[in-house]
Design a protein around this ligand. Structure first.
Ligand code: ADP
Ligand code: MG
Length: 338
C-alpha cells in the first residue's frame, strides 16, 4: 500500500522543500572536510585552515522572470545577486563564479552582451571574477551561477544556532520586491511605482552587513530572505530546533509599500510576510547584543529592525497581529511545485 502511494506521488505532494529533505537523506555526505552540506545558504568545506564557501542558484525564463519586463542587463546583475546574497547570509567574502546558460537559437547577440554587461557590473562592485561556465541550446533562457567564496571558519554564521530568548532581526524593508512583482504582473509592464519594481528587478546583496555581523560574533544564526520572511524564518528555526514569535506591526515597511499596498492587497502585512526576493538578512542574537547591532544601522546605511523573539523547543512560527491576537500561519509562502 505504502509503496503504491509513493509511486503515485508527484512533486506537488511534497513541494520543493519536501524534495530537498528527501535528497538530503538519499545523499548523506560524510567527508571530514565538509563543515556544512545540504541545508544552509551555502556549503562549507575546510581547506588548508580556511573555509571554502560554495553556492548555486538558477533563474528560468517565465518562472523567475519574463522577457517582457526584465531587461538583460538587470537579469545579469540579478543572477549574480541571488548567489551573492547566500554568501552574505554566511558572513563570507565572494570570490569567483561560473555561469551556465541555456539559450534559444533566435536570441539576439545584443541580449547576451547586455546580460554580460550586467554581470560585469555586479562582478566589479563585489570584486568577483568569472572563471568558467557552460553553454547549451534551450527552449527558454536558463541561467545558473555557481559562486565560490571564503571565510574564517570561526566567523561563519549558519542557519542553525538560534537559542531560546534570542532576538530576531531583519535588515532593510520587507515586501517591496514581491509587491513590485505583483505590480509588474498586473499592470503588464513598466507602469507603477519605480522604487518597488526596481527592488524586484535589481535587488542588492547585503555583503557588508553579513560580514560585519559575522566578524563581530554577534549573531547566533542567519539566513537571507529569498523565499519570504515566514518561510525563511521557518528554515532558520527548523535547523536550530526552536520556535519564534514575530510581531507583525514591527515588520519594517517602506514608504512606497505603505502607499501602494492597499491597491493590491486587503491585508497590509500579507505580502511582507509571505512575499519573496527582498534578499535582506534575517538573524538572531542574544538580547545583550541588541544595542550594538542597532548601532551599526546608521554607519552601514541599512535599517535593522528587531521583529521577534526565539521560543524554546520546536514551537513553530507564531505571529502576533497588529491588534494583539496571536496565530500560527498554515501557509508560510512561495514554494516551487505546490
Ligand atoms: P536558498 O533559498 O538559500 O538558495 P534553497 O532553499 O534553494 O536555498 O536550498 C536549501 C538547501 O538545499 C541548500 O543547502 C541547497 O544547496 C540544497 N539544495 C537545493 N536544491 C538541491 C538539489 N536539487 N540537490 C541537492 N541539494 C539541493
Ligand atoms: Mg539563501
Amino acid at each position: 500500500m505504502l509503496i503504491w502511494s509513493a509511486v503515485r506521488m508527484d512533486l506537488r505532494d511534497i513541494g520543493e522543500f519536501g524534495l530537498i529533505d528527501r535528497i538530503r537523506k538519499w545523499m548523506a555526505a560524510s567527508d571530514s572536510a565538509l563543515i556544512q552540506g545540504i541545508g544552509d545558504d551555502v556549503a562549507v568545506i575546510e581547506i588548508g585552515g580556511k573555509a571554502l564557501l560554495v553556492t548555486t542558484d538558477i533563474l528560468i525564463e517565465d518562472i523567475h522572470f519574463e522577457r517582457s519586463w526584465m531587461d538583460p542587463y538587470r537579469l545579469g546583475k540579478k543572477a549574480l545577486t541571488v548567489n551573492l546574497s547566500d554568501i552574505a547570509a554566511m558572513g563570507g567574502t565572494p570570490k569567483y563564479f561560473l555561469i551556465s546558460m541555456g539559450l534559444p537559437k533566435n536570441l539576439p547577440l545584443s541580449f547576451i552582451s547586455s546580460l554580460y554587461r550586467g554581470l560585469k557590473e555586479g562582478a566589479r562592485r563585489f570584486r568577483v571574477d568569472l572563471i568558467g561556465g557552460d553553454t547549451s541550446l534551450s527552449q527558454k533562457i536558463v541561467i545558473n551561477i555557481c559562486l565560490l567564496g571564503e571565510g574564517k571558519k570561526q566567523d561563519l554564521v549558519f542557519r542553525k544556532g538560534a537559542k531560546a530568548g534570542n532576538d530576531l532581526f531583519v535588515s532593510g524593508t520587507l515586501g517591496d520586491a514581491a509587491l513590485g512583482l505583483k505590480i509588474l504582473q498586473e499592470e503588464g509592464g513598466m507602469q507603477g511605482p519605480r522604487g518597488l519594481i526596481e527592488k524586484h528587478l535589481s535587488p542588492c546583496p547585503r555583503i557588508q552587513l553579513g560580514q560585519t555581523i559575522a566578524q563581530r560574533h554577534w549573531a547566533t544564526a542567519m539566513i537571507d530572505v529569498s523565499d519570504g520572511l515566514l518561510i525563511d524564518t521557518s528554515h532558520l528555526i527548523e535547523e536550530s530546533g526552536v520556535g519564534v514569535r514575530i510581531w507583525e506591526d514591527r515588520i519594517p515597511l517602506s514608504r512606497l509599500y505603505r502607499k501602494w499596498i492597499h491597491s493590491y492587497s486587503k491585508d497590509p502585512y500579507q505580502i511582507a510576510l509571505c512575499g519573496g526576493e527582498d534578499y535582506e538578512l534575517l538573524f538572531t542574537a542574544p538580547p545583550e547584543m541588541r544595542r550594538k547591532i542597532l548601532s551599526i544601522s546608521l554607519p552601514l546605511k541599512t535599517p535593522i529592525t528587531h521583529i521577534g523573539k526565539i521560543l524554546p523547543k520546536k514551537a513553530g512560527v507564531h505571529i502576533v497581529r497588529h491588534h494583539g491576537k496571536e496565530y500560527s500561519p498554515s501557509r508560510l509562502g512561495f514554494e516551487h511545485f505546490k
